[in-house]
Write a protein that binds this ligand. Structure first.
Ligand SMILES: *Cc1c(COP(=O)(O)O)cnc(C)c1O
Length: 485
């Protein structure tokens, strides 16, 4: 009895309209005959209490950040304040039609414009475009801007440098934009190898894409030196800003020397995400690159806000309309509620929480880069090998303890990686509880490795064949069928 269709009983209703107080008219008076159904649609007929319970039950089958700790590294699964949702639901925002004339959407344009200015302040960049709807699209946007910039200068640069710890979207974006990606090695300490960088910089290099702090949660200490080298080769430096949650109010990416960057509104600025969206991937850039940003650009004039499409050097439009507007409303609300000092506290507490949890975990799991971390850290499940177990088994068993698993097997440069990002919104009790769960699981590994190999045991479905589960999505969960695949 899991689909709402299964609950259907003829004539039950969750809502009834009042009696008609005007004369009834036939649908065919308004809609051409050929569009009118011959039979009623087969919809579930369910009373409101059953309907409410149905959706609450569904929401409990899944793990989400309102239900429990979600330390998925590189994803910043922080708690999303509910006031963001209240504001995004205001009819003036939620019901706005994207084709409404500018004269009727000044409030929305003002919000977009002001959010651009807030992000410019946080990052130190001159201009920000809010058009890209994900970090990955922001990367593509920045690569296209870079290409247009060099084309305009009459330079033919074809290569983009990417450290081996980078997120997989980096080389994908580079390739989509028509550049060739070149890998830069990391040192054993987990930072960019300067010698390798030197040997790969050339007159062909268009840009370097750097994640800082990097995906090991480590700050690139030589960042200004690295960017100086890149600049002296005539190339641009791009910040993959997915880890901005560690920097806000502490250092501005522009001050490190970056020429452009992307933000992930859904990560750093608290829009619920996971399962594919919706997101926002704004791009910040210097004055020099600003003419190439996508159209339309929102401009503030004495008589209000305008959409400027007349920008001859622009890379053009990235999508219909202006991006995911309601995600912008949530990010704007989040920043305005916290204010400047609150935003700085976010990053300081994110770093504090990560270091505290790292210290607790270090007692039971190897942390290959044990130095002070930023907002996340990477442990290794290599020690489980002696019980013939893997990091996956630990991750699956964590689900039985009520936690979402950390990111596993990324970054690729750490074997049996377990990437933990607690975020600033978790209490000290939650962090201690999580570390205790990891400690107990390591004990279980010694006593009963087979039980771990079969975990999870308490979730709606057991250990899945993950490849098959993605290809053959089974959304009709039946409680009597515990495992699949
Ligand atoms: C999440 C992430 C991205 C991609 O961002 P999306 O918004 O998921 O497209 C890129 N780089 C890093 C380091 C990330 O963590």
């Amino acid at each position: 009895m899991e689909l709402s269709f299964d609950l259907s009983k003829s004539t039950r209703r969750a809502f009834r309209f009042s009696e008609l107080d005007v004369a009834e008219r036939k649908t065919s008076e308004f809609i051409p005959e050929r569009y009118i159904r011959k039979q009623d649609a087969l919809l579930p007929e369910v009373a409101e209490p059953e309907l409410a319970r149905h959706f609450v039950r569904l929401s409990n089958l899944n793990h989400h950040v309102d239900k429990g700790f979600y330390p998925l590294g590189s994803c910043t699964m922080k708690y999303n304040p509910k006031i963001n949702e209240d504001v995004a639901r205001l009819a003036g925002f939620a019901d706005l039609h994207p084709l409404s004339p500018t004269s009727l959407t000044l409030g929305a344009l003002q919000l977009i414009y002001e959010l651009e200015r807030l992000l410019a302040e946080i990052s130190g960049f001159d201009a920000v475009t809010l058009q890209p709807s994900a970090g990955a699209q922001g990367e593509l946007c920045a690569n296209l801007i870079t290409r247009a910039y060099f084309k305009n200068k009459g330079e033919n640069r074809t290569k983009a440098l990417i450290p081996d710890s980078a997120h997989g979207t980096n080389p994908a974006s580079v390739t989509l934009a028509g550049f060739e990606s070149v890998t830069v090695r990391s040192t054993p300490q987990g930072l960019i190898d300067l010698e390798d960088l030197n040997s790969k910089l050339s007159p062909d290099t268009a840009l370097i894409m750097i994640t800082n702090p990097n995906t090991l949660g480590l700050f690139e200490r030589d960042i200004t030196k690295i960017i100086e080298k890149v600049h002296s080769a005539g190339a641009l430096a791009y910040l993959d800003g997915a880890n901005l949650n560690a920097l806000m109010g502490i250092v501005k990416p522009r001050k490190m020397g970056f020429d452009l960057m992307h933000f992930n509104l859904h990560k750093t600025f608290s829009t619920p995400h996971g399962g594919g969206g919706p997101g926002g991937g704004p791009v910040g850039m210097t004055k020099e690159l600003e003419p190439f940003q996508p159209v339309p650009v929102i401009e503030k004039k004495t008589d209000g806000y305008h959409l400027n499409y007349e920008r001859p050097l622009s890379i053009g439009k990235l999508q219909a309309f202006y991006g995911n507007f309601l995600v912008m409303v949530k990010a704007y609300t989040y920043i305005r509620v916290l204010g400047a000092s609150g935003i700085a506290d976010v990053s300081k507490n994110a770093i504090l929480n990560a270091n505290y949890l790292k210290n607790l975990i270090e007692d039971v799991l190897e942390v290959p880069h044990p130095q002070y971390c930023m907002h996340e850290f990477v442990a290794s499940g290599k020690a489980l090998r002696k019980f013939n177990l893997k990091t996956t088994d630990l991750a699956k068993r964590l689900l039985d303890y009520g936690f979402h698993a950390p990111t596993i097997y990324f970054p690729l440069i750490v074997s049996e990686a377990l990437m933990v990002e607690p975020t600033e919104t978790e209490s000290v009790e939650t962090l201690e509880c999580f570390a205790e769960a990891v400690r107990r699981i390591i004990q279980e590994a010694k006593i009963n490795p087979e039980m771990l190999r079969q975990a999870p045991h308490t979730t709606p479905v057991g250990r899945l064949d993950e490849v098959r589960a993605v290809k053959e999505l089974d959304v009709c969960f039946r409680p009597d069928r515990k495992t699949q695949g």
